[in-house]
Design a protein around this ligand. Structure first.
Ligand code: PGA
Length: 252
C-alpha cells in the first residue's frame, strides 16, 4: 500500500513571520492526522525558520529546488548538503515554473535527481503537459519524454523511492483542475511506463501526486482515484484551513 502524501509548494510567497505562523498552525493541526505524509516547501530563505517551526511534528520539510553540484562557485545556488543541513527530507525538482519560466531541461532535472538521491533527499519530480500539447493529443507522449529524460539512469530501487507529481501546466494556478478521470488516466499511464522500464513492483511502489488547482472542494474526488497517491498543492497550501481541508479529503 502506498502511503498518501500531501505537500504544500509555497512558491515565492509569504514573509518570514507569516511562513512561521503557517508552519506552526499546520504542525498543530497535523497532530490529529494519521497515515498520511505531510510536507511544506517554503522559499529557501525561510527553510531554516520553518524547519524549526515544524521540528518534531508530523510535517516534514522540503525545498523547491536545488543545484546539481556539491559545492563551489555557483552564485545563488543551493546544494543537496545544504538542504540536508537544514533538515529537508524532500526537494521539488522540475516544477513546471522552473521548466517553462526558468528554462530547465529534462537533462538539468536528471542531474539534480541523481544528486538529490545520492544526498539522501527524496525528489518530488514534476511532469506535465501544456494546454496546446493536451489539445494536440500529445499528453502521454510529453509525459513519457519527461519521464525518460528526467529520470534517466536511475535504478529500480531509486525510482521506487521517488515521488512523481503529475501537474498539467494548464491547471497550475488557473483554477482549472483536471477532472479525476483526466488525472487518473495520466497516473495510470505513468505507472505503465514505470512497469515497462522497470517492473510492476517498482510501478506499484512509486507515489504519484496530482497537482494543479487542488482545493478542499475538489481534493476528495481526485484523491480517491486508485492511482492518485496525494497532492502537490500551491495556492491552497498558503492557509492552514485550506491545506488541512485537502488532507481531510483523504478520509472521505
Ligand atoms: P496550484 O499550484 O495548486 O496553485 O495550482 C500547484 C503547483 O504548482 O505545485
Amino acid at each position: 500500500m502506498r502511503r498518501p502524501f500531501i505537500a504544500g509548494n509555497w512558491k515565492m510567497n509569504l514573509d518570514r513571520a507569516s511562513a512561521v505562523a503557517l508552519a506552526e498552525g499546520l504542525a498543530k493541526q497535523a497532530e490529529a492526522v494519521d497515515d498520511v505524509d505531510l510536507a511544506v516547501c517554503p522559499p529557501s530563505v525561510y527553510l531554516d525558520a520553518v524547519g524549526k517551526a515544524v521540528a518534531g511534528s508530523k510535517v516534514a520539510l522540503g525545498a523547491q529546488n536545488m543545484y546539481h553540484e556539491a559545492e563551489g562557485a555557483f552564485t545563488g545556488e543551493i546544494s543537496a548538503a545544504m538542504l540536508n543541513d537544514l533538515g529537508c527530507r524532500y526537494v521539488i525538482l522540475g516544477h513546471s515554473e522552473r521548466r517553462h519560466v526558468l528554462g530547465e531541461t529534462d537533462a538539468d532535472i536528471n542531474k539534480k535527481v541523481h544528486v538529490a538521491l545520492a544526498g539522501g533527499l527524496t525528489p518530488i519530480v514534476c511532469v506535465g503537459e501544456l494546454l496546446e500539447e493536451r489539445e494536440a493529443g500529445k499528453t502521454l507522449e510529453v509525459i513519457r519524454t519527461q519521464f525518460d529524460g528526467s529520470l534517466a539512469g536511475l535504478s529500480g530501487d531509486q525510482v521506487a523511492r521517488l515521488v512523481i507529481a503529475y501537474e498539467p501546466v494548464w491547471a497550475i494556478g488557473t483554477g482549472k483542475v483536471a477532472t479525476p478521470e483526466q488525472a487518473e488516466e495520466v497516473h495510470l499511464d505513468l505507472r505503465k511506463i514505470i512497469a515497462d522500464r522497470y517492473n510492476e513492483e517498482v510501478a506499484q511502489a512509486v507515489r504519484i501526486q496530482y497537482g494543479g488547482s487542488v482545493k478542499p472542494d475538489n481534493a476528495a474526488e481526485l484523491l480517491q482515484q486508485p492511482n492518485i497517491d496525494g497532492a502537490l498543492v500551491g495556492g491552497a497550501s498558503l492557509k492552514v484551513d485550506s491545506f488541512m481541508g485537502i488532507v481531510a479529503g483523504l478520509g472521505g
